[in-house]
Design a protein around this ligand. Sequence first.
Ligand code: COA
Length: 157
Amino acid sequence: MTIAIYPGSFDPITNGHLDILKSGAEIFDKVIIAVSFNTNKKGFLPVNIRTKLIQESTKDIPNIEVDFFEGLTVDYARKKGANVLLRGLRTSFDFEYEMQLSQTNHALFKDIKTVFLITKPEYNYISSSCVREILLNKGDISDFVPEPVCKYLKENY
Ligand code: COA
């Protein structure tokens, strides 16, 4: 059984993330989408809300588990018996960052492999920070995020 971890800050999850996750769920036996912390990012939504919104957005996909972790991604992967990390690539800017992250993770845990899936062109420009910016400036985010996320953000911000 191949278990893949899809780690990220998911602040909030977007349609682009969901697309990567759905493709990952077709490839691997199980995908654990795990909310984690990028220490360079301040954070917008509380982690329990990010997790809840992912759960609501993925409830129709059977082989997906939603979780969160603190600490190193590789330690979490070891704990979960996973040897694949799933990440999405949008542009060459993502590639530079992802290559370094993947090589660092591999240096820390030799059994781990990162599998990259290319984002569909229609999601190429979406990011969580652009969703937050549109939201806080009272724009329409409905094309960028799953329906439960859109509903929660419109009601609460
Ligand atoms: N569709 C839409 N947006 C996408 C996307 C896609 N397919 N792929 C990436 N993004 C966006 C995200 O929305 C996010 O946008 P933002 O910067 O506006 O918030 C950005 O690309 C990257 O975010 P994400 O994929 O969530 O990664 P991250 O850089 O925030 O987090 C961790 C990376 C959490 C996986 C990483 O920091 C980590 O592993 N932390 C734990 C500590 C550790 O082990 N570090 C590694 C050793 S140095």
